[in-house]
Ligand binder design. Structure first.
Ligand code: GLN
Length: 456
């Protein structure tokens, strides 16, 4: 813990930690020592971790990287961070992210962007660690902590993991409790670990999951021993390669990564089969209707009364002006864009044309996966991202849709509620990490982690 705290102080330039909690860390580290001496050894005992700012942490600022939550110190602890604490994990502080987890580069944060510790060869251009869990990815990649929590609504664990050479798993929807995690799009949001290795991910995931009566969508099903599942034996497993993920203009390096990964799984005894997931091309538009729709509803609670920031009012201002000024000052441009899109697609005249249609597309995407699994496929291999990490500012200044295209390989998994993992599997020609994604069956995290380990 002391080594991590020193490393964190020396790495302020990465802007990964937005709130440091050294006193809490040292107190928990001492408590972990005492537990070890007493012969207790819970899974995460004494392991220093960072917590994404989207998780409410008792008495510690939890702002979802938004000005609208400035000064908010929750009186409660999210279920996932409480479970980690109870399993002996040591919280080092809160990690940077895109505002309300909306983004793919960590550039929408009210704290400014986190920075990727990787560089393109000798080129000093600072790169994005990805988003929205950019601080988590940067901190793990730079060895500021041994693991970090992330959340993934459309790729926010898997894309930053791929951009930083780390491992990130989004579990099946319902595996982790969402209680105490600031809501973005409730039917898509899931927490998960970001770590250096698949084994670490298995251990940390085990401490994060489980049924929670405080989240009605959390599943009351048995939790396997994820670490014990890492046998390395994938003989006889069937891996599907979905042809619709072979996008036009896909960089050759990504193609090669994908075929190298396929060969590794084959060499380990898996059977490789081409599959079709025909509705893939509708996933991104459906996601960018459903996610903003749910966000616009979830973000209605930031009204200047119940949490955080309230704008200064002029004489004569009424409640409408208070809402307008507070939300205009408190939300950044990307969040405002999402609220406007979401409100539009839910409005009476457009609900059927956009929101209901997107929901129907979502059902078809889920059915594509169901059919592949029913035909005997155990896991699906795809690239995690369409490129390696891009330069800070390179995308943010472009059309927002260019940023949304980053999520093309990841959103299908959230729409279908499936588990997905990103594993670092190679470097591109400029020396930047690239990741492959494995998609598993519902509740199949143990198998998925075991298969992922073969790709490491
Ligand atoms: N980049 C996607 C978005 O902006 C996904 C974000 C996430 O998974 N939280 O919505």
């Amino acid at each position: 813990t002391e080594a991590c705290l020193t490393a964190i102080d020396a790495a302020d330039a990465l802007n990964a930690f937005v709130h440091k909690t050294p006193e809490i860390a040292l107190e928990r580290a001492r408590a972990a020592d005492a537990r070890l001496q007493a012969g207790e050894a819970p899974a995460m005992c004494g392991i220093p971790v960072g917590i994404k700012d989207l998780f409410c942490t008792e008495g510690v600022p939890s702002q979802a990287a938004s000005n609208i939550l400035k000064g908010f110190r929750p009186e409660y602890e999210s279920t996932v961070s409480a479970q980690l604490r109870d399993a002996g994990a040591v919280m080092l502080g809160k990690l940077n992210m895109d505002e309300f987890a909306m983004g793919s580069s960590n550039e929408s944060s009210c704290y400014g962007n986190a920075v990727n510790p990787w560089r393109r060869g000798n080129d000093a251009t600072p790169l994005t660690p990805g988003g929205s869990s950019g601080g988590s990815a940067s901190a793990v990649a730079a060895d500021l902590c041994l693991g970090a929590t992330g959340t993934d609504t459309g790729g926010s664990i898997r894309q930053p993991a791929a951009f930083t050479g780390t491992v990130g798993i989004k579990p099946t929807y319902g595996r982790c409790s969402r209680w105490g995690i600031v809501a973005f799009a409730s039917s898509l949001d899931q927490a998960g670990p970001m770590t250096k290795t698949v084994r670490d991910a298995a251990i940390m995931l085990g401490a994060m999951v489980g049924h929670d009566p405080k989240d009605s969508t959390s599943a009351d099903i048995p939790v396997p021993d994820f670490e014990a599942a890492l046998t390395g034996d994938i003989r006889g497993k069937t891996i599907g390669i979905p042809r619709e993920y072979r996008m036009d203009g896909m960089p050759e390096e990504i193609e090669k990564l994908w075929s190298d990964g396929t060969a590794m799984l084959k060499d380990a005894g898996a059977r490789i089969t081409d599959i079709s997931l025909p509705h893939t091309k509708y996933a991104l538009p459906a996601y960018y209707v459903i996610a903003p729709a749910e966000a616009s509803s979830n973000l209605a609670r930031y009204d200047g009364v119940r949490y955080g920031h309230r704008a200064k009012l002029a004489p004569g201002d009424g409640i409408t002006e208070m809402y307008e000024k507070t939300r205009a000052e408190g939300f950044g441009p990307e969040v405002q864009r999402r609220v406007m899109v979401g409100t539009y697609v839910l409005s009476a005249g457009f609900y059927d044309a956009y929101y209901n249609r997107a929901r129907r597309v979502r059902a078809l995407i889920k059915r594509d996966f169901d059919e592949a699994f029913a035909a005997g496929v155990d896991a699906i291999l795809t690239p995690a991202t369409p490129s390696s990490a891009f330069g800070l500012g390179e995308m943010a200044d472009a059309d927002p849709v260019a940023m949304y295209l980053n999520d093309v390989f990841t959103v299908t998994v959230n729409l279908a509620g499936l588990p997905g993992i990103s594993v670092p599997t190679g470097l591109d020609s400029r020396g930047l990490p690239l990741g492959l994604q494995l998609i598993g069956k519902p509740w199949g995290e143990a198998d998925l982690l075991n298969t992922a380990q073969v790709l490491e």
